[in-house]
Design a protein around this ligand. Structure first.
Ligand SMILES: C[C@H](O)[C@H](O)[C@H]1CNC2=NC(N)=NC(=O)C2=N1
Length: 98
């Protein structure tokens, strides 16, 4: 899997709310109402990661979740990172609506 050019990344980011690109990776951070909501979102995201065989570097502190996505095999951002980021946005939006 080839890493995307910076131009491709910037244009794809226009359709990916709440994520930014720096240090060769996609980054976002979410704040939930409480720890349980955050953990339940992390668990749902985990199933998406397994389905895509693509895993985040993420940090949870109480009700906050910081996520970094990059493709190790490509040393940069690939389509897979955008695919997982979009799936994460769908899950988190559901979490926020509950
Ligand atoms: C062998 C296995 O397919 C690879 O290690 C997968 C697993 N999950 C992964 N996750 C991420 N973020 N990047 C990868 O390159 C990657 N590679």
């Amino acid at each position: 899997m080839l890493k995307l050019s910076e131009e491709a990344i910037e244009s794809k980011l226009k359709n990916l709310i709440d994520w930014e690109y720096y240090d060769d990776a996609l980054h976002t951070d979410f704040v939930f109402d409480n720890f349980k909501d955050c953990m339940s979102a992390m668990n749902r995201i985990a199933f998406e990661c397994e389905a895509l065989n693509h895993h985040p570097e993420w940090t949870n502190i109480y009700n906050t979740l910081d996520i970094t996505l990059t493709t190790h095999d490509a040393n940069g951002v690939t389509e897979l990172d955008f695919k997982l980021a979009a799936a994460i946005n769908k899950i988190v939006e559901v979490e926020e609506e509950d």
